[in-house]
Ligand binder design. Sequence first.
Ligand code: ASP
Length: 319
Amino acid sequence: MVKALILHGGAGSWRASKVKEKALETMKKCTAEAWTELIKKGSAIEAVVYAVKCMEDSGYLNAGVGSVPDILGNRTLDAGIMTSNGLLGAVAGVTRTKNPIILARIVAEETPHIIIGGYGADELAVAKKLPLLPPPPKHVIERYYEGLQKLFKGEIKSEFWKGIWRFIENNKDYLEAVKEIMDVSDTVGAVAVDDNGVLAAAVSTGGVIFKLPGRIGDSPIPGAGFYADENVACSATGFGERIIETMPCRMLSELVRQSMKFKDAINEVIKHANELVGTNTMGFIAVSKDGEIGWAYNTEAMLIGYVSREGEIVTDFKP
Ligand code: ASP
């Protein structure tokens, strides 16, 4: 009987995080509960949705309640889900729902579409009476203001955020808006396989902090932020732009389809990402139809949680 589950709580450095311990506790809780769900219901889909919803609800990870703001202080959330037996749905740029993963599942199960974005996705959430997104937790607001100060002072070294800042400085309206704000974490994902041989992948995010309003990342894009077929399921995290350029989850599926061993394929995908878009860009988790779990990242750390073959819950920032 094959059964396996692995969760991620985001790739990055995690060094400066003020909620590291809470994030770790969240991971433990969500992994344990999603594993029980997998055993109880025997369904990979229920397990990954449970896992991602649990992380969205926590407020300590960059998804759902804990989602980080864009450069103007607003939050827009993305999520996606896919299974080996035909379920595929995603939402992009949603502002009203606490659990974009539930909304993505509704898109997959109840509509003829694959991605619904913006106001339409918000209206769908209201029509389906999904719980509203509450205001951001204190630690998210602090992270936003502290980061904004650093951007203003030119203290942020990352080329990605420097690029956003260059755009702000060159566009007066944006600069004025950010100045007014001055006056006054990470993505989650889960993959699982169940006794019936169904593989499922799910992902949910607030996107990268300080993104420009309207920016959509990799998380609602099948093949980039998530993917599942009859051999593997994969969920990614990192700079969405770099993930879209490399399509790691689709590449993993293709390599395994061409008979590459699961672990070798994982190594090949991250090697390809390093060559194509450089290191410090992404990470991903994966599960195979045979119940193997795997992960790779080229960032300083990636928070993961899984259940070992002995049934032990393992969580780690630098696995
Ligand atoms: N991949 C997400 C995005 O770019 C962010 C993350 O993984 O933290 O929207």
